[in-house]
Design a protein around this ligand. Sequence first.
Ligand SMILES: C[S@@+](CC[C@H](N)C(=O)[O-])C[C@H]1O[C@@H](n2cnc3c(N)ncnc32)[C@H](O)[C@@H]1O
Length: 277
Amino acid sequence: MYQNETIKLLRNEFTQRLLTDGGIEKGMRVLDVGCGSGDVSIMAAEMVGDSGEVVGFDISENALSIARNAVKEKHISIVQFIQADIADLPESIGTFDAIIGRRVLMYQSDAAQSISSLLPYLTAKGKMIFQESDCMTASFHADSMPLHTKVQNWTWDTVAKEGGNIHIGRQLYSLMKNAKLNILLTRAEAILHTFESGSDFGWAAKMMEPRMISQGVATAEEIDTNTLEDRLQLELGGSDTPFIRDMAFGICAEKINYIPQNKQKSISLPVITLFVQ
Ligand SMILES: C[S@@+](CC[C@H](N)C(=O)[O-])C[C@H]1O[C@@H](n2cnc3c(N)ncnc32)[C@H](O)[C@@H]1O
């Protein structure tokens, strides 16, 4: 199988850097929102160490069982996974020094509401760190790389048809700012798919094939997962331009000075008049 280990490493490396630079450190208690199969929770666990703790939650019991197996295999004991919905988290999970999440806000019908419903679970000086993708590069190489373009469109069209927000990346900064959080770090990065790196499109299409078919975006014959990776690699080999699938956006913010909306008071400031001669 081509790929994807390189691309996967690059994608995870962005997350890793975001979490480190965003201030995840030893001893912290971290909540991973929409943890899926646990990749980000495991990354956070390595950063907080044995004196810390990570709680990952997800609505999908399937994803959680993969996540539980992954931590078991790695003998990580400081991570626990629970089934929960962002909108309905149990109070008993307590508060966290950091709330993190990757590619989960894009699936919320009201991402602003999701962020504000998480804030009570953040300690007074807590950090909130989200990474979301944006389909901002659709048709970037439409002429020179038709197969990559086609697979890219299948992927994003499927997510859009499922109700996902394919432009959440560019909206992340304002979502977090509007939540009255203090923005600490902002970044965006794209991965270049080249002949040398391989592409993760074949892997993504294989993973998403049932969803692509059920959304009527592509047929099994069109996708043809048996030959797709070879065809993609052939296309990369014949191109001297890299292909960009999406842009990853990462924002880190802190809760300092945050006042919940129902506690906000209007304050009258004294009027100061300056006389300039
Ligand atoms: C694209 S996956 C990302 C998984 C993981 N964060 C990662 O980056 O590897 C999105 C995950 O969010 C979960 N999810 C979506 N909406 C959710 C909600 N309202 N509450 C909890 N989990 C949710 C999905 O079940 C899925 O596992």
